[in-house]
Design a protein around this ligand. Structure first.
Ligand code: NZQ
Ligand code: ZN
Length: 388
């Protein structure tokens, strides 16, 4: 059964090659001052920055920049952005980059006019914004997080050894996002595959919870099947537009509030991965890959029916003569082979974690109760140890 829900997604998408041409239509809706946010310089190397600047110029915008937003953006960088934005209050924050830049822009949008300390308010007390929110638009250059069509904004605090996401509501979600798959073609393969696993895991986090028959899980299975096919094509030929466009679209639907409607969700792989990220600053998708199998093999007996269904419906494992347990194991084995085929990082040691960090990482792991088994701290330590 599907539980009751409200569904509303306010983000307007422009998808496909050349879709940046719509940027000017969007810019016309906002005032003169635009704060352009981008990362470490990839957009300058691949020429997307120049294209965006000429659209801003043609619309006679006054542009202020926040550059150097790092992967896993930090609270210090957020505070720096607040100071820059206060000097020339923006009418629009334009994010140009991957999930880190989009997340950062959303965090900034609720921090510039915040009378409290944004980290304490949004990331420790999980309060909702009660100040003026600056509208955000995104031009996405990396497929993975779904940040282009959701309210998520993950910020890292290295001093506190915490990496925390706040999922804000409709008013913080991007007003528009430009999704041109050709913009993702310059991604290094490591980032492309990390993004692919991030997508897969977003779907798994929402799929591996509950056993009701609901449409959301069938949509998830379709998305996973599409991702598996496209990921193999993109790994063989990263310039394959068909594959890259399917991956980009799957990423958006994997985490734009759709496939969680009317059902419970898990999110423990993300809690483990984020804690690993707080200690190692590793690439998000790789932190998920490195802890996933230890986690899923541990919880499998508690959600056996769903893991068996995953094997049959996502990985096409032949059900004949197999028990649910055999099927479930075969499904996870198939996922493991696919992950290795893509070249994902399969353990946290390779990401810079060691056994002396396990207790700290366990302390930094938020424990959620939507999955098939609510873990206790000892179980988290066991899963992290098995991930070394
Ligand atoms: O900084 P630049 O130079 O742009 O380089 C970036 C960065 O080094 C590079 N890159 C991006 N597009 C490129 C490119 N390089 C060449 N060509 C391009 N077209 O890729 C690197 C990684 O970028 P980043 O934005 O960090 O990756 P991603 O999109 O995976 O975002 C990761 C962040 O999003 C958060 C993660 O925790 C992490 O902080 N997440 C956000 C979520 C959300 N909003 O719902 C959910 C996710 O689960 C995730 O937690
Ligand atoms: Zn993720």
């Amino acid at each position: 059964m599907l539980g009751n829900f409200v569904y509303h997604n306010p983000t307007k998408l422009y998808f496909g090659e050349g879709s940046l041409s719509y940027l000017k239509d969007e810019l016309a809706k906002y005032g003169k001052n635009v704060l352009l946010v981008y990362g470490g310089g990839s957009v300058k190397k691949n020429g997307i920055y120049d294209k965006v600047m000429s659209a801003l110029d043609e619309c006679s915008k006054t542009v202020t920049e926040v550059s150097g937003v790092m992967p896993n953006p930090t609270v210090e960088k957020l505070n720096e952005g607040v100071s820059i934005a206060k000097q020339t209050p923006p009418d629009l924050i334009l994010a140009l980059g991957g999930g880190s830049v989009c997340d950062y822009s959303k965090a900034l949008s609720v921090s510039v006019y915040c009378s409290d300390d944004p980290w304490e308010k949004y990331y420790i007390r999980f309060e909702e914004p009660d100040c003026k929110i600056i509208p955000v638009g995104c031009i996405l250059t990396m497929a993975g997080t779904g940040s282009e069509m959701n309210g998520g904004a993950v910020i890292t605090n290295h001093a506190a050894k915490l990496k925390i996401g706040h999922v804000f509501g409709d008013e913080v979600m991007p007003k528009f996002s430009v999704l041109d798959p050709t913009f993702t073609m310059t991604l290094p393969k490591y980032q492309m595959t990390a993004g692919i696993y991030d997508i897969m895991n977003h779907i798994c986090e929402q799929y591996f919870s509950g056993d009701d028959d609901n449409t959301s899980d069938y949509i998830s299975e379709g998305l996973m099947r599409s991702l598996i096919v496209s990921s193999r094509k993109a790994a063989a030929d990263p310039k394959d537009y068909e594959a890259r466009s399917n991956i980009m679209w799957t990423a958006t639907w994997a985490l734009n509030t759709l496939v969680s409607r009317g059902k419970s969700t898990d999110w423990m792989v993300h809690m483990l991965g984020q804690a690993v990220g707080a200690y190692t600053d590793a690439t998000h998708g790789m932190t998920l890959a490195a802890v996933s199998l230890a986690y899923y093999r541990y919880i499998m007996p508690y959600g056996l029916k769903k893991f068996a269904r995953f094997a049959a419906n996502v990985w096409d494992i032949d059900t004949a003569g197999k028990t649910d347990e055999q099927l479930a194991e075969a499904g996870l084995n198939a996922m493991e082979s696919w992950m290795k085929e893509l070249g994902l990082v399969m353990n946290i040691t390779e990401l810079g974690a060691d056994k002396d960090m396990i207790e700290g990482i366990a302390d930094a792991t938020l424990i959620l109760d939507g999955g098939y088994k609510k873990l206790d701290r000892d179980e988290i330590v066991d899963i992290l140890t098995a991930s070394l």
